[in-house]
Design a protein around this ligand. Structure first.
Ligand SMILES: [Zn+2]
Length: 124
């Protein structure tokens, strides 16, 4: 189990596993690019990038190698975020919706009647 602190609140994650146990956060590891398929970037509407010489075997992030050097700390943070949303996403979404509703409800322009108490404006 792993605890993460988000916005001053502690969330317990049960499914997070360290992607690179024993490595420092500043260590760099070679990973798959993740932005392309085998070094060929295919964007929305099947846009391809080329390398300026007409070759289509290219990807901006990995230079067509499908390998990227990434910091272990970045990969851990990505894995934590992914686990946090997977485990607590429903709670986070429900609380955000409740907050938005409360703000909309509390906004004076959304109220039909605004009540002003006698001492509201003459506090010293
Ligand atoms: Zn790539």
């Amino acid at each position: 189990m792993t605890d993460v602190r988000v916005g001053g609140r502690v969330w317990t994650l049960t499914t997070y596993t360290d992607p690179h146990p024993g490595r420092d956060n500043t260590d760099r590891v070679v990973t798959e690019c993740g932005m392309c398929v085998d070094g060929v970037f295919t964007g929305p509407s099947t846009t391809h990038w080329d390398n300026g010489r007409g070759d289509r075997t290219w990807c901006f992030w990995c230079n067509g190698s499908n390998k990227r050097l990434r910091q272990v700390g970045d990969l851990r943070r990505a894995a934590l975020t992914e686990a946090w949303w997977r485990e607590h996403g429903d709670t986070i979404r429900a609380e955000s919706a409740a907050k938005r509703a409360a703000i909309a409800d509390g906004c004076p322009s959304n109220r039909r009647t605004v009540t002003v108490q006698p001492g509201d404006h003459d506090r010293r």
